[in-house]
Write a protein that binds this ligand. Structure first.
Ligand code: GP9
Ligand code: MN
Length: 649
């Protein structure tokens, strides 16, 4: 045998236990993905990256002093074994992955404890086998008084270099494939969407490491000063004029929230060659209440941010994704409040439960049951994730039919998701050849028209099921379409540019009630919770940061810059503030909202400070997990009965 080969074999023999453990590590990860049916099944990529991690954590043993090498391997094996098993059981139970932030509540996980015996499966043995192997080697070494590694000097350096090469190549391969597939690596770390897909790519233990790193890097907790600030801000809050308008106007009704994907206000009321793009929503607007200056408040988490803000009336944090980073906070969300008032609380969405980490946060928001991808069949593939809105609504209606009333149902559509392409036979709008719309905008209009049709089908079903008249129906878009549709259709010119692409409709229908008309006060996702609670005759807790739009005279909507606390624009009912690029208040522009007349910037200082404080307090509450503390504040004092009652125009 040539010299270099024999050296190589000797070398492999020396480091064989860590290599065997690293290979086992890869097999265990494959088994994890396979038995839990995690899709997509990217076995090769996950194996390369898992091997890189396996070599790193087990290979390190070779570099350690001989007396602790095996003990180190035993320790690492026990840790990986624990993580595999814990994640396996957790996923089987919750359909999601355990997050590092949930450790603080580990002692309270009585829910899962009772079910553990049912969740134990022979598959779990695969995740322990390496511990037995290390123990066996330990006994063998002890008996034979030999050293399985016997490595020193130059070989240690080679080993260290080799470990670096393997690790860098493994993770390098991951980065390469990610860039090739998506053009960037944001989906791996800063913007992971679906944890199933992430785990499929990097393996479960890599995911756990990533999650731990993310948590440790994130600014956590709040200072005493910050806490005092948030509490003081909340204490200054005044109750709305009493008696409140429309309090209990929809008391005892079901609450049906319909969140339409990427649905912009720009298409509402618009026609193409005389054909309405949204005939069904236009009809609902006639029947109910329409908030015409309504804005989505989302950051990196898109749909999930809309859910977060609508259900909590909290700002999404300036960085990261609340559904990931604060999934284990304590909330006082709308579903939880309604559950306390005897409502059954349900959410319906055609995507998998791991998307946006919904599996972990839904129970914390107070949902009692969720219907997701597994609960639907896809008769034909339509648009994003395959489940067309019409099928989604038809199947959801069947699930709603037997529910005990009153219930809260949140339904979130999928079809009008980018890239907005739907099958040709479903494209029912004839767009003229000489239209100024580009292809993306044309596709968008078609998918918006389709989504509108699907809502119409659902409303018809609700009527047939005799649920419609006893419901409060709230329809809104989750966020903009990022297609510049509003400028293409030439609408929303009176809205500051910074907010134009974030304008979505808000329609509230309570059939056969006095809840009707158009509201011109600016409003946002933050305001649905308090407004709906008022209509249902339920007093919201103090942890909300939005306003009841039926009970305020003035209001404002803030647009923050992406991933920042800096204010881009504030649209107030009286004043509008446009932020400058250097984010210095004085460098911004202050205008009168009604006339666009430029005023001295000082005129906007009060508005700017109030909104900044409100956002800051909300951010502190989220970061510091302070909702229970806020809820302990004494009840608000009602302001004296307002003489002037601002009604619906
Ligand atoms: C994912 C779906 C779309 O489940 O709600 O999310 P988005 O990409 O808009 O955030
Ligand atoms: Mn969305």
């Amino acid at each position: 045998m040539p010299m270099f080969l024999s050296t190589l074999f000797t070398y492999i023999r020396i480091v064989r236990l860590p290599i065997v453990l690293a290979v086992l590590f890869v097999i265990q990860n494959q088994a994890f993905t396979y038995f839990l049916h995690i899709v997509p099944q990217l076995y090769f990529r996950a194996s390369v990256v898992t091997f890189a991690l396996g070599m790193l954590i087990y290979g390190l043993a070779v570099l350690l002093p001989s007396r602790i090498r095996l003990w180190y391997l035993l320790f690492v094996s026990l840790v990986t074994s624990f993580l595999f098993i814990a994640q396996y059981i957790y996923y089987t139970y919750f359909e999601g992955f355990f997050q590092v932030t949930a450790f603080k509540y580990a002692s309270q996980s009585t829910e899962i404890a009772g079910a553990i015996s049912i969740l134990l499966s022979p598959v779990l043995l695969i995740f322990i086998v390496h511990v037995f192997l290390v123990v066996f080697v330990m006994i063998y070494v002890h008996k034979k008084k030999c050293d399985v590694f016997g490595i020193s000097g130059r070989k240690k350096i080679i080993t260290a270099l080799l470990l670096i090469v393997i690790t860098v190549s493994g993770y390098g391969y991951l980065i390469f494939t990610e860039k090739r597939d998506w053009g960037h690596i944001d989906r791996l770390y800063s913007r992971p969407y679906d944890i199933d897909s992430l785990v499929a790519k990097i393996g479960i233990i890599n995911y756990f490491v990533e999650d731990a790193v993310r948590v440790s890097l994130r600014k956590k907790g709040v200072s005493k000063k910050e806490k005092e600030f948030a509490l003081a801000w909340k204490r200054t809050e005044r109750e709305y004029p009493y008696p409140k308008q429309y309090f209990g106007a929809a008391r005892g009704r079901n609450l049906i929230l319909i969140q339409i994907e990427s649905f912009e206000n720009a298409v509402i009321g618009e026609k193409i060659r005389g054909v309405e793009i949204t005939p069904n929503l236009n009809a609902l607007i006639q029947e109910g209440l329409y908030v015409k200056k309504y804005f989505a408040y989302v950051n990196q988490g898109n749909t999930a941010d809309a859910e977060f803000t609508v259900l909590n009336s909290l700002y999404v944090p300036p960085t990261g994704v609340a559904f990931f980073d604060y999934a284990n906070n304590r909330y006082g969300a709308l579903p939880a409040l309604l559950a306390q008032h005897g409502y059954g609380t349900y959410v319906f969405h055609g995507d998998v439960l791991t998307f946006w980490n919904r599996a972990n946060i839904y129970p914390k928001l107070g949902y009692q049951k969720w219907f997701t991808a597994d609960d639907y069949t896809i008769p034909r593939v339509v648009g994003f994730q395959g489940l067309g809105d019409e099928d989604f609504f038809l199947q959801s209606a069947e699930k709603i039919k037997p529910l005990k009333q009153p219930f809260m149902a949140m339904l979130m559509t999928l079809t009008s998701h980018t890239p907005y392409r739907i099958p040709e036979d479903l494209q029912k709008i004839t767009i003229p050849k000489d239209s100024n719309l580009d292809q993306l905008q044309k596709d968008y209009v078609q998918s918006a028209h389709y989504a509108d049709m699907a809502v119409g089908v659902f409303i018809k079903k609700l009527k047939e099921m005799k649920i419609y008249d006893n419901s409060l129906i709230v329809i809104f878009g989750d966020h903009g379409s990022y297609s510049n549709i509003s400028s293409a259709l030439g609408v929303s010119k009176d809205i500051p540019e910074q907010l134009r692409n974030h304008q979505v409709p808000l329609i509230v229908v309570a059939p056969k009630s006095k809840i009707k008309g158009t509201i011109s006060l600016p409003a946002s996702h933050l305001d649905i919770y308090p407004t709906v609670a008022n209509l249902l005759g339920v007093t919201p807790p103090r942890n909300i940061f939005g306003k009841d739009i039926l009970n305020v005279k003035d209001s404002a909507v803030v647009k923050r810059k992406v991933n920042s606390i800096a204010i881009d624009a504030i649209l107030g009912s009286r004043l509008t503030y446009i932020g400058s690029s250097d984010t210095i208040f004085d460098h911004g522009i202050c205008e009168e909202t009604s006339s666009n007349k430029v005023l001295p910037v000082e005129a906007c200082r009060g508005l700017y400070e109030k909104e900044t404080k409100n956002m800051r307090a909300s951010d502190i509450v989220v970061r510091g997990d302070l909702i229970p503390l806020i809820q302990k504040l004494p009840a608000q004092k009602a302001e004296l009965a307002g003489k002037e009652k601002k009604g619906i125009e």
